[in-house]
Design a protein around this ligand. Structure first.
Ligand code: HEC
Length: 278
């Protein structure tokens, strides 16, 4: 690439903003297979990479969460995300591992909650664009994902029945919940059972037994409460879109790489920068 006149960085910004498609038409391809646009020459490979840069598309619609864009759900979801009382010992929230000051990660090799987790904590930036959640893609929605860390013994170690009682008994929480999802149904079972959840890997686990001891209708009520809270968490997570500042910074880094000629070896990084430009 040989920039003349115009700064390479400026040019790349325009290219990333989609303007290259205008200035870099077919007739600009020279017989030698190079592209020239605005006085800059690119090899075909360089141009192909730059053209991969596209702005972030609109957020994908989640047809399984009718509250996904509701401002009240975002507010409740934010409150839940930062609430350590969703954990068994009252000290771990989602933000413990997905720390906003560390780009929604924890900066550790593997995550640490109540115990040590075997995996690294992924960022939550642009997480609503993921088709699948978790490193192995074992959840297909954000709301279903959010139940897993709350109940994982090495992360937050709580359970869905305990969370149900929290919503039922804490007036502020109950108001916010009922405002969105309608009245919280009472349970057939008494208040003395506080902890219950399915434990698929150990059917003799006391929490699993307590779960099976609930009526079918109660299990359904508790599941519904939990998935509704997950829908609020999802509404909040959908707001975690990389700000323009980050995009410009990455673009600067990309421009530096591109002008040093390394970019042709970094196709995936170039595509990532493309995702960052909203
Ligand atoms: C103890 C640390 C820890 C806590 C607490 C925690 N997470 Fe995570 N989170 C992780 C780790 C580790 C993974 C990856 C696990 C895996 O792939 O099996 C992950 C994965 C995710 C993902 C999937 C992202 C992707 O790109 O696939 C989302 C979304 C998420 N967490 C949201 C949450 C929410 C919401 C909460 C609170 C309800 C939460 N996390 C609590 C550590 C944590």
């Amino acid at each position: 690439m040989r920039p003349h006149g115009m700064q390479a960085k400026q040019f790349l910004y325009l290219a990333a903003a989609g303007l290259l498609t205008v200035s870099c038409s077919r007739r600009d391809v020279s017989p030698a297979g190079t592209f020239s646009a605005n006085g800059i020459e690119f090899t075909a490979a360089e141009a192909a990479q730059i053209l991969k840069l596209t702005p972030l598309p609109d957020l994908p619609h989640d047809p399984r969460n009718r509250h996904s864009s509701d401002a009240r759900a975002v507010a409740l979801g934010r409150q839940l995300f930062y609430d350590p009382r969703l954990s068994a010992n009252g000290s771990i929230s989602c933000a413990t591992c997905h720390d906003p000051s560390r780009h929604w990660t924890d900066g550790k090799r593997v995550a640490e909650g109540l115990g040590r987790v075997a995996r690294n904590t992924p960022t939550l930036w642009n997480v609503a664009y993921n088709r699948w959640q978790f490193w192995d893609g074992r959840r297909d929605t954000l709301w279903a994902q959010s139940v897993a860390p709350i109940e994982n013994v090495n992360e937050m170690g709580s359970n869905r029945l305990r969370i149900y009682w929290r919503v039922a008994e804490e007036p502020g929480m109950r108001r916010a919940y009922e405002d969105l999802f309608g009245s919280l149904p009472a349970l057939d079972s008494g208040k003395e059972t506080r902890d219950a959840r399915p434990v698929a890997e150990d059917p003799r686990h006391p929490m699993h037994r307590a779960w099976l001891a609930l009526t079918d209708a109660d299990r359904d009520r508790v599941n519904r409460c939990m998935s509704n809270l997950g829908k609020a968490v999802e509404a909040f997570e959908r707001t975690l879109i990389t700000p323009e500042a980050a995009a410009r910074k990455s673009l600067g880094a990309f421009a530096a790489l591109a002008s040093s000629g390394i970019c042709s070896k970094m196709v995936s990084e170039c595509a990532t920068v493309g995702k960052l430009i909203a």
